[in-house]
Design a protein around this ligand. Sequence first.
Ligand SMILES: [Zn+2]
Length: 257
Amino acid sequence: MGAYTVTPIFKGGWLIWEKAEEVCMYLVCGNKRAAMIDAGMGTGNLLSEVSALTDLPVLPLLTHGHPDHYLGVMSCPFVYLNEKDHALMRHYIELDAREAGTEAPPVPEIRPLQAQFDLGGLTLRTVSLRGHTQGSTGFLLEEEKVLFSGDGLIYNVWMQMEESTSLEEYRTTLKNLQIFRPCFERIWTGHGTGALDAGHLDRVTKLLDAVIEAPFGVPTPPDQPPGIIADGEACQITYRLDNIETETQKKEASYEY
Ligand SMILES: [Zn+2]
C-alpha cells in the first residue's frame, strides 16, 4: 500500500487519506481551478497523486499552520493560510530544521486567505474555526453542504497546545459558526476515517459548556502534548486548566514566536 488512499466523496471531490497520522486532505475541482485543502505529512508524492486526478491549476489551502497539514506542499511556490498562523508555520519549519540539524528548507510564499475561492461552478467560503490554533480556518462548500474543518472541529479537539485559544474564545467561535449551520450537513475533518454529521457542532459546544462550568477528564497518554481529555457524546476536548479563563483572570490571546 502506498502513502495515500484516494476516495471520491462527491462529484469533483476526493478524500486523500495518508496512513501516517491518519491525516485527511481534500481535493475539490471546479470547472476552472481546483483546491487542495491541507497537505498532510508528505510521506508520499502528494502533488503527483493530485495531478493524476486533475489537470486544473491547484490552489493549496491550509486549515492551520501545523506540520502534519502543510508538509506535503512544501515544494509549491505558494500556499494560502490564515495570517494569524503565518508565524506559527514558520516557527515549526525552523524548529524541524533545528532538530534535524539542517538549514531551513525553501519555504513557499505564504499568502493570506481570501474570503472565498471561486473554483468555477463551486465556491469555497472561508470561515473562522479559531481555537485549536489562533488562525484555524474551515472551508465551506455550500453546493455540497460540506464543511472542511481541519483540526478546528474534529472528534477530539486539541485545545491543550500553547498556540490554542482559551476554551471561552473557542466557544465564541462555535457560536459564530452556528450562523452557517444551514449551509452544511457533513463535516470532513483533518484526521480520522470518515465525515461527521453537522450535529457534531452542538455536541462539542455542549461538552465545552460542561468543561468550562466544572472541569473534568483524564490525563493525556505520554505520547501526546500534556492535557486533560474530557469525554462527551461522540466527541472529546483535550485542554489545560490554564486555558480556561476565570472572571478575575482574563488572558491575552496572543502568542509570539
Ligand atoms: Zn493541528
